[in-house]
Design a protein around this ligand. Structure first.
Ligand SMILES: [Mg+2]
Length: 125
């Protein structure tokens, strides 16, 4: 877990105050201020960013499996944060908050679990 010193070093308190947790709405607004592109260019940049950052997570696991290269928990958390950034950017682009994405995901997976469909493939199972 990150320490208070870590958070201060990275400027967390400058953006989110002295809080233990980040409000997803505040995070969405913070992400929006970091976006440098617009319209179609933004869509492409955000999608490629998401794919690239997801690839960075996969790359760490690949190197662990292939070479036994270990990584610190903090390293994977940084990459997951990058994935979250682009996920949030895309949600913002479509006029939805991160909380909406979370709620829809919970509803979808709970529904699949109730129907015994967590395993398998296909978007509409
Ligand atoms: Mg990254």
């Amino acid at each position: 877990m990150l320490s208070g010193d870590d958070l201060e070093k990275f400027g967390y308190y400058d953006n989110f105050g002295d809080k233990e947790t980040v409000d997803p709405k505040e995070y969405s607004q913070w992400v929006e201020k970091k976006i440098l592109t617009e319209d179609q260019e933004r869509l492409i940049e955000n999608i490629l960013g998401l794919v690239g950052e997801t690839g960075e997570v996969a790359e760490k696991v690949k190197k662990l499996m292939r070479d036994g290269t270990r990584f610190a928990n903090e390293e994977i958390l940084h990459e997951l944060g990058d994935v979250l950034f682009y996920t949030t950017a895309l949600a913002n682009l479509y006029g939805q908050g991160l909380q909406d994405v979370m709620k829809l995901n919970i509803m979808k997976l709970d529904d699949r679990q109730r129907r015994g469909k967590l395993k398998g493939s296909g978007d509409n199972r």
